[in-house]
Write a protein that binds this ligand. Structure first.
Ligand code: MSP
Length: 626
């Protein structure tokens, strides 16, 4: 039997899952279900990424131990996947023994082969991304929680594999998909590839897998996390299982984690002498309007809220139908409702309901019996169309063109509606019941096929539809026209997709968290250039009793600033003092005098201004305060 091993990224256990996370997992589930029904032996892996600084800090902040913190949070993912009908075969947590042991064996093997070495490292570390960032990334201001770090660490000789990786990508066009991402990685590899820092000293981070050859360090969280794809299928612990499943057929990832998967991971595998995964497929982002849906932007849709309102299957359908695999898509309540009402409530749901009702009323709730084959009397279009789609869908799935597979199936559904309009069995039943019965058989059989093809996307509601028309579950691999058995009794059930009230979904989008107006971001603060300055001279500005004109030194530069402190300080009290100024304030003309900067003062009791001054002799004029 052909096998299909599909993985999702393992999710950071700290986050509450949102639609973006649910998307990757549902996508993996739909692919897994298609492959199962096509007769492949499937292994579907998902899990959680539980080590690293973020988890350590979150646990600390809550006053719990990190393992207890993870044990509590992992349930939210497992519970959500259960509710979303996720049919994963395994769930890996990076804090499990079976995983940690493999990470250690992999590290030891690389160490023994001379692939690892120790060196001094100095750089910027982004806690939110859990990785070192380059100077240009720091300067872009896009990274949060950045810390300067200087320490000894262990490195993996990743640079040695640059050429081999480029060659592999060139020779295997399906290795990185879609092509835009493949080109992006090749572009990235045009610049020299550095080595990868794979350790963190325990003085900074304890929550990780200890390096087996150096107990002062834990393993870098991405090295640890990527290893899940082989630890879960028995690398170095169950050879038979490993040989059965590895290499993975598809690693599904979001485009934001492309470099770790398409560069770090394959070079790690090359160094260890393990074959590479067949395909790394990077999908786009779910956006809210123009922006990525993410917790920090406060614009997330929580899947549980949505499924409580509309049910699981419509959410799965919308996410699979409205994202062209590989591109970004925008989630809007309006688009969701439009899609639901037109595709599901109207085209598909009404059809199932009409057929079932008709058969109940006129055919004793049974599939009509046929005296001659159903298809000899009508236009062959519907049957031929259905057969064509049964051929197309597996092909489209194989090419990861999932939304097209859904769309061609929905075209079949629409053509059944057209067929019924043209043949009018509702009227014919009065004059020629047998003819009406045959038309109904024809329509119900095409609907059976559509429901079977949509089953991986909507497992629960398509089972309902199947029951409603007396059909059985047949794997796609043995699928043929004529599977509906004349005389079969219909099951219970109606209205698989009740119409949605307009904008009911809109209430499910979490409003952005209210930000108090006086909050500045880290980036806002970074923009302000605060300097130590020495007041060289001060004098009153003619014609006012509020302003003083100060001549200040910023070390290698002198300038003038005009400050509204004349009611609180005399010029003599200021001369020689060291103060703090905002040095990059836009210059202004005040009472004809140029002011290039602003001094800092506190508002004391009774509105008295108190200058912020600096005593420490080491704080020389010009030094930057941050
Ligand atoms: N823990 C790492 C993955 C390690 S895999 C060895 C991680 N976790 S994550 O929880 O932050 O993200 C997991 C996946 O969710 C990523 O593929 C990411 O792209 C996806 N999504 C998060 N927000 C998303 C959207 N708004 N839209 C679509 N997917 C997005 O990264």
């Amino acid at each position: 039997m052909p096998k299909f091993y599909v993985t999702t990224p393992i999710y950071y256990v700290n986050d509450l899952p949102h639609i973006g996370h649910a998307y990757t997992t549902i996508l993996a589930d739909v692919l897994a279900r298609y492959h199962r029904t096509l007769g492949d032996e499937v292994h579907f892996l998902t899990g959680t990424d539980e080590h690293g600084l973020k988890v350590q800090q979150a646990a600390q902040a809550r006053g719990t131990d990190p393992q207890a913190h993870c044990d509590e949070y992992v349930i939210r993912f497992q519970e959500l996947w259960r509710r979303l009908y996720i049919s994963n075969d395994d769930f890996i947590r990076t804090t499990e023994e079976r995983h940690k042991a493999v990470v250690q064996r992999l590290l030891q093997a690389l160490h023994d082969k001379g692939e690892l070495y120790q060196d001094e490292y100095e750089g910027w570390y982004s806690v939110s991304e859990e990785r070192f960032i380059a100077k240009r990334e720091l300067d872009s201001g896009q990274f949060r929680q950045v810390e300067k770090v200087k320490e000894r660490n262990w490195f993996f000789r990743m640079s040695a594999y640059q050429e081999r990786l480029i060659e592999h990508i060139r020779e295997h066009p399906r290795f990185i998909q879609p092509d835009t991402r493949r080109n992006e990685v090749l572009g990235f590899l045009r610049k020299p590839l550095g080595d990868l820092c794979i350790s963190r000293p325990k003085s900074r981070l304890t929550w990780g897998v200890e390096l087996p050859f150096d107990p002062d360090y834990v393993n870098y969280v991405w090295f640890d996390a990527l290893t899940n794809y082989i630890s879960a299928v028995g690398y170095t612990s169950n050879e038979e299982q490993f040989a059965r499943w590895w290499p993975a057929d598809v690693h599904l990832i979001g485009k934001d984690i492309l470099t770790t998967h398409a560069v770090y991971w394959p070079t790690m595998l090359m160094a260890a002498g393990i074959p590479l995964p067949r395909t790394i497929f990077a999908h786009g982002w779910w956006l809210m309007g123009e922006e990525k849906m993410s917790k920090s932007l406060g614009n997330v849709v929580r899947p549980l809220d949505l499924i409580d309102l509309v049910g699981v299957d419509p959410v799965r359908y919308y996410l699979m139908r409205d994202m062209v695999l590989g591109q970004d898509a925008s989630f809007t309540p309006e688009a969701f409702e439009r899609r639901y009402n037109s595709d599901l409530a109207n085209d598909l749901g009404n059809l199932a309901n009409r057929i079932a009702k008709f058969l109940r009323r006129h055919f004793e709730a049974r599939v009509p019996g046929l005296k001659q084959p159903a298809d000899t009397i009508f236009d062959e279009g519907l049957k031929a169309g259905a057969e064509e789609i049964v051929r197309q869908v597996p092909q489209l799935i194989g090419e990861m063109r999932l939304h097209e597979a859904i769309e061609v199936t929905m075209e079949l559904v629409r053509s059944i509606n057209v067929f019924l309009e043209q043949n009018q069995p509702w009227h014919k039943v009065k004059t020629d019941k047998e003819l009406a019965g045959r038309a109904l058989y024809y329509a119900a059989e095409a609907l059976r096929i559509a429901a079977q093809l949509l089953h991986p996307v909507m497992p629960s509601r398509m089972e309902l539809v199947r029951r409603m028309i007396g059909a059985e579950d047949v794997p796609l691999a043995d699928f043929n026209w004529g599977g509906l058995k004349p005389g079969a009794l219909l099951g219970e059930g109606e209205i698989p997709f009740p119409r949605l009230d307009t904008l009911a979904v809109a209430g499910q989008v979490e409003p952005p968290e209210e930000q108090p107006e006086n909050v500045v971001t880290f980036d806002d603060f970074q923009k302000v250039d605060l300097r130590v300055a020495e007041v060289l001279a001060a004098e009153e500005v003619a014609g006012t009793d509020k302003l003083l004109n100060l001549r200040i030194s910023l070390g290698d530069e002198e300038r003038q600033i005009v400050a509204g402190i004349a009611e609180h300080y005399t010029p003599e009290q200021l001369t020689g003092r060291r103060i703090v100024v905002v040095a990059n304030l836009q210059p202004a003309k005040i009472r004809g005098e140029e002011s290039r900067g602003m001094l800092l003062a506190a508002e004391g009791k009774d509105g008295q201004l108190v200058l912020a001054t600096v005593d420490d002799p080491d704080l020389a004029p010009g030094l930057k305060i941050g």
